[in-house]
Design a protein around this ligand. Structure first.
Ligand SMILES: NC(=O)c1ccc[n+]([C@@H]2O[C@H](COP(=O)([O-])OP(=O)(O)OC[C@H]3O[C@@H](n4cnc5c(N)ncnc54)[C@H](O)[C@@H]3O)[C@@H](O)[C@H]2O)c1
Ligand SMILES: [Zn+2]
Length: 361
């Protein structure tokens, strides 16, 4: 299958199962032999993805591997400290490069570690989850969580290049695949209606051609980044589903033994924010119903208990995008059209959570 190339802000994104040749020439061009190359993996990307790179690209035999334990709970400054030390002990210098091989935790954390070590070394992303292929690996936002709050410390810093190899999805657990799918759904409804028409005709469990979906989904994310690289305005369209989604995610991380994944929380956020869009931004009811039933068909319902809504609203107050009692939303006016910086009343947010709760069949 042909390799797709997307041009982003000063770097390119290559997509295809045959990008190994492109990676090879990139590494040669970089004079790999003279500079130290580090690969950051977690236990799963080491087990499932690194061997494929090693067998396809000989140069990978010579890289220095840095491994962390998988999971959001490791996206912390403590893990960074360990990695900065490992880099120093292994003589990384300003010419060294870090390859982030893994999901969004690896690209967020590795991008942050690379961008701060010795005031910044180069890094590139090879995402291995659907979520990181269509979202986290693109756009230059890197950082870590603090005291259970998401992405509290970080910066904007672009990778040198992104290589997306869809075949890595073959080993991804289904729950993780579905989690990434909520970002794909989001992309399909914020940009142009025909993507939604295409996507909604599919059943996630029957999708075999992931490359096609990754191509347009990554392209849509990149479109908003190119328009607004520093997230000062237009890029907020990408926040659709995330004002409530992030709060639900934080809530679940702090309260559940088996917390929701990012994309699972975003699926709830999307439903609530579609409801709010219907009430406040005139999103037609048929469009709202159509998207909600598609999301409900892909995700299990999550049950809140009484009193939980207040906690979720508290987390929303901590969100960088909200200030005080003012809650800042991106709302959909119709599929493919949205409004940013919409202030939503706390009562309507509560109502949307109750609406979500009522969907339990
Ligand atoms: N920077 C951004 O713009 C941005 C955007 C969206 C999300 N994010 C961040 O991304 C993170 C979530 O990313 P994620 O969903 O990729 O989670 P993740 O990195 O935790 O990966 C999910 C799980 O899949 C495993 N895994 C990864 N690739 C695999 C493969 N090919 N086969 C088998 N297992 C594999 C991982 O080890 C992990 O257990 C969150 O921290 C979120 O905040 C960042
Ligand atoms: Zn997201």
């Amino acid at each position: 299958m042909k390799q797709t190339i997307i041009n982003s802000k000063g770097y390119s994104i290559f997509i295809g199962d045959d990008v190994y040749e492109t990676i090879r020439s990139f590494l040669y061009q970089y004079e790999f032999s003279e500079h130290k190359v580090f690969v950051l993996v977690d236990n799963n990307s080491r087990k499932y993805c690194l061997p494929r790179l090693m067998s396809n690209i000989q140069l990978f035999q010579k890289v220095h591997i840095l491994e962390i334990r998988d999971g959001e709970e490791n996206k912390t400054i403590d893990t960074c400290q360990q990695l900065w030390q490992d880099l120093a002990e292994n003589n990384a210098d300003r010419n060294s490069m870090l390859i982030n091989l893994g999901g969004g935790v690896i690209s967020d954390l590795g991008g942050f570690v690379a961008s701060t070590f010795k005031r910044g070394i180069r890094y590139l992303n090879i995402p291995t989850t659907l979520l990181s292929m269509v979202d986290a690996s693109i756009g230059g936002k890197v950082g870590v969580d603090m005291k259970g709050l998401k992405n509290q410390v970080g910066l904007f810093s672009n990778p040198q290049v992104v290589f997306i190899i869809p075949e890595f999805l073959e080993t991804l657990p289904q729950r993780q695949l579905f989690s990434g799918f909520s970002e794909v759904i989001k992309h399909s409804v914020i940009y142009e209606k025909h993507y939604w028409d295409e996507l909604s005709a599919l059943k996630i469990s029957e999708i075999t051609n992931w490359k096609e979906i990754i191509d347009w989904s990554a392209e849509i994310k990149n479109y908003f980044i190119m328009e607004d690289p520093l997230d000062t305005g237009f890029r907020k369209v990408l926040n659709f589903g995330h004002t409530i989604g992030h709060a639900v995610e934080t809530f679940s991380l702090q309260n559940d033994d088996h917390p929701l994944l990012h994309g699972e929380a975003v699926a709830i956020g999307l439903i609530c924010e579609l409801y709010i869009s219907g009430k406040q931004a005139k999103l037609p009811k048929n469009e709202m119903d159509e998207i909600i039933s598609f999301i409900m068909s892909a995700f299990r319902h999550y049950s809140f208990r009484s009193g939980n809504f207040d906690l979720i609203l508290d987390f929303m107050k901590h969100d960088k995008k909200n200030s005080g009692d003012k809650f800042n939303f991106t709302l959909l006016t119709s599929i493919g059209n949205s409004l940013i910086n919409q202030e939503v009343d706390i009562k309507l947010i509560n109502e949307s959570l109750r609406f979500y709760q009522s969907l339990k069949s």
